[in-house]
Design a binder for this molecule. Structure first.
Ligand code: ATP
Length: 305
């Protein structure tokens, strides 16, 4: 019986351009991902009978959120292990143990992160030896964000987010994350986006040049100005109190403030450790804030360790 442990980061979207809904129901995206220092862990222990089981543990306060993570075949980590079994024909199974730190339904792709980690952990525990690029192909079948969570660092995401390409970037950034008391369903936020844009011509999404220039230069102030998220209006329409959270961070001097993906986690860019601490302190008394976390990015994607 062999086992492997994988750490996998959360993602944030420095920009999230959302285009008109496609015939297949997905929206074309133009995004820049950054992997940040907030990690889930997935341990895969092989078993001989081909079964896949999963357990989810958390040290977080938001235990109720963890309770909504399925401990059955619907868990994305289980789907990833099943896909790897099919692709390789391996007859082994696995017990997957997930340690959750990434907020659930927080717009930080926690489920996708666990799927990416499960691919890497099972590939190691089963000795199936798929290359990183073969794992990335499987990842794209599991969800839009999964290929990026294997990759890590910074990357441009196209298609529905699953087509990733490198971006020239410099610097390490200080982030503060304000976690909300309750998650937001990604599907509900996209449905609200469609409702708000009904009858309007939604342009094809693009990554802003100013954001790419800021990353190339490693200029945190310019990056703060260039942060953008087309889902903001939809998320705020469903959760108006998030506006207060964003205002508190801005008043505390954040270089930029946006929602992470479809929300409700709000992210704030700081200039250094002390600045990040000041912003975290201001947010910690905000009514809409369940937890405040200081973090750094970019970091590596899913890795053994
Ligand atoms: P994204 O940023 O990709 O839109 P999110 O961070 O908002 O996603 P997730 O934490 O990935 O949301 O969870 C969304 C839903 O997926 C949860 O409500 C849960 O039911 C389901 N889910 C399935 N597997 C997992 C998993 N391993 N971890 C978390 N949620 C999972």
């Amino acid at each position: 019986m062999s086992s492997a442990n994988v750490r996998v980061p959360a993602k944030i979207n420095l920009c999230l351009g959302v285009g008109p809904v496609r015939d297949d129901g997905y929206h074309p995206l133009a995004t820049v991902y950054q992997a940040v220092d907030l990690h889930d862990e997935v341990r895969a222990t092989s078993r001989d009978d081909g079964e896949i089981t999963v357990t989810v543990h958390s040290d977080l306060d938001a235990k109720s959120e963890v309770a909504i993570v399925p401990e059955d075949a619907d868990n994305l980590a289980v789907k990833a292990a099943r896909l790897l079994q099919e692709r390789t024909g391996v007859t082994l199974g696995a017990d997957l143990a997930i340690r959750k730190v990434i907020p659930v339904a927080g717009g930080m792709a926690g489920g996708s992160a666990d799927a990416a980690a499960s691919l890497v952990a099972c590939n190691e525990a089963w000795g199936t030896g798929l290359s990183r690029s073969s794992l990335e192909q499987l990842a794209a079948r599991l969800g839009s964000d999964v290929p990026f969570l294997l990759h890590g660092g910074n990357a441009i995401g196209g298609g529905r987010g699953e087509t990733i390409s490198p971006v020239l970037a410099r610097g390490s950034y200080h982030w503060v994350f304000a976690m909300a008391h309750e998650g937001l369903s990604t599907a509900a936020v996209y449905a609200e986006f469609d409702r708000l844009n009904e009858g309007a011509t939604v342009p094809e999404p693009v990554v802003p040049d100013a954001l790419l220039a800021a990353l190339r230069a490693g200029d945190a102030e310019a990056l703060g100005d260039a942060l953008s998220n087309d889902l903001t209006e939809a998320a705020l329409s469903l959760r108006p109190e998030l506006e207060d959270t964003l205002s508190i961070g801005i008043e505390a001097g954040a270089l930029g403030a946006i929602l992470s993906g479809s929300g409700p986690t709000a992210l704030f860019l700081a200039s250094d450790d002390q600045h990040s601490l000041d912003i975290a302190f201001a947010l910690s008394s905000a009514a809409g804030c369940a937890d405040v976390v200081q973090s750094r990015g970019p970091v590596h994607g899913a890795r053994l360790g």
